[in-house]
Design a protein. Structure first.
Length: 216
């Protein structure tokens, strides 16, 4: 029987090595990427059955990468393996279309279960995330009552790169836009979010779960 194909996405080599050891006997590991932009390209090219991805990755985080894939009518089955035991990230991941949310310190067997659920089109969430506050966060009525500014995919990319310390010139080169356009995106976000400085913009975005910067 043909093994399901799996694409790995994590910017830590030790994690990728561990995933390869865990999954190689059951799945066909067809590739590994270390940032969100590579993830976009490789999912479109390789069309894996399953993607096992971190949320916090350079250039574009895993949740926004998944959302952009769906915008392109590419709908991979994604299991997030993350250090974020946070309802905000879980909510955003499920809204983006993820089928799994597994905390990195969970037992290895939990990831295997999550992958099997995803292959069957079912959602799996780490047991430690299934508590009352998460249930409230996942309630559609409660989510719609929560006023969070909706950023465009391009704004999220710019914000992620700003949070990584890149200059307008560097961001422009990465996204193939002018530094002036980068600044326009930045100041539009600052106006929408009601903040005065780039630092406040980044801090607000991290608090609201709009971007991720490294593992906590």
């Amino acid at each position: 029987m043909k093994k399901p194909t799996v694409l790995l996405a994590d910017d830590h080599k030790i994690v990728l090595d561990g995933l390869r050891s865990l999954l190689a006997s059951r799945y066909d590991l067809i590739g590994a990427v270390t940032n969100g932009l590579e993830l976009l390209d490789q999912v479109a090219t390789l069309q894996p059955d399953i993607v096992v991805a971190d949320i916090s990755m350079p250039l574009l985080n895993g949740i926004d990468a998944l959302a952009q894939l769906h915008d392109r009518n590419i709908n991979p089955k994604v299991v997030f393996l993350t250090m974020h035991p946070d309802a905000t990230y879980l909510t955003r991941a499920l809204e983006a279309g993820a089928l799994g949310y597994v905390i990195k310190h969970a037992a290895a067997e939990e990831l295997l279960i999550a992958i099997e659920h995803a292959l069957a089109g079912q959602v799996y969430i780490s047991p430690e995330m299934r508590h009352s506050s998460v249930t409230e966060q996942l309630d559609p009525t409660r989510r719609h009552q929560k006023a969070i500014i909706a950023l465009t995919p391009r704004q999220r990319q710019v914000l992620q790169l700003l949070a990584e310390g890149k200059s307008a010139k560097e961001i422009g080169a990465l996204l193939d836009i002018s530094p002036r356009t980068v600044e326009t995106h930045k100041y539009k976000m600052m106006d929408d979010l009601g903040v005065k400085t780039s630092a406040q913009l980044i801090q607000h975005a991290i608090r609201q779960g709009l971007i991720t910067v490294g593992d906590p």
